[in-house]
Design a protein around this ligand. Structure first.
Ligand SMILES: [Zn+2]
Length: 241
């Protein structure tokens, strides 16, 4: 009985070792997925900056075109008035129109000054667009490299996970259904590992001392017992020295 029981405990411990590794591998996969997300987020920020810079430039260019349109409109209006001057009969009307032409020219002069300012803005905007595009292109390349490295790593870990799944299937071999059931139930209520050896009165799961009476019972290796402190399944392991 004791031999078979100890063997069952060792098989469960082996299964636990695989399960622990699976958990760790899954955490690594989660980390890699998180890293991929961070890369996507970073790329999105660069993309937005590039787009915003282009949008800003377009807005300035649009205002520049509007100024240009106003100037042309004023110039046309002034030219029309100028053409009318020859057919004007009264001196008063003549001067009134001259004044209107003068006003339009003055307006245009101010608008042209503003246009010059906009030209500078456009020049700065074009530079900014070029710079952000360049940065975005460079960053995209770097991020793509990072991404492919992480994907490669992910593939390796996924392969490892498949390998562990096969090992786990093999490890299940020989474990009695009743024992597996207890193990599964314990897995749900304690933090991994669900099974730990007890060596020299110490539970290897929680590193706490096991009461002497309980430790004596444990050495019978006749039934499943749980650590009184951490509730993990514990089994007696003969000290090596
Ligand atoms: Zn314990």
């Amino acid at each position: 009985m004791a031999d078979n029981f100890t063997e069952q405990m060792l098989l469960l411990a082996k299964l636990q070792k695989i399960d622990t590794e699976v958990s760790m591998v899954k955490i690594s996969l989660g980390d890699l997925a998180e890293q991929l997300k961070e890369i996507d987020d970073r790329e999105a920020v660069f993309k937005k900056t590039t787009e915003d810079t282009a949008t800003d430039l377009e807005a300035v260019q649009k205002e520049y075109r509007e100024l240009d349109r106003q100037i042309k409109e004023n110039a046309d209006s002034a030219a029309q008035k100028d053409a009318r001057l020859t057919s004007i009969k009264t001196n008063k009307e003549y001067h009134a129109i001259l004044k209107e032409i003068e006003e339009l020219n003055k307006k245009n002069s101010a608008l042209e000054d503003t246009m010059l300012e906009y030209l500078e803005k456009i020049e700065a905007g074009e530079k900014a667009v070029k710079a952000t595009k360049k940065t975005f292109t460079e960053e995209k390349k770097l991020l793509a490299e990072d991404r492919s490295a992480i994907k490669k790593q992910t593939k390796g870990i996924e392969a490892k996970l498949e390998e562990l799944a096969e090992l786990r299937l093999k490890a299940l071999d020989g474990i009695e259904p009743k024992m597996l059931d207890i193990f599964k139930r314990t897995t749900r209520i304690v933090i991994q590992p669900a099974i730990a050896a007890a060596i020299k009165s110490v539970c290897m799961g929680c590193n706490m001392n096991i009461p002497p009476q309980f430790y004596n019972e444990l050495q019978k290796s006749d039934k499943v017992r749980n650590c009184p402190h951490c509730h993990r399944i514990i089994y007696w392991e003969k000290p090596t020295e």
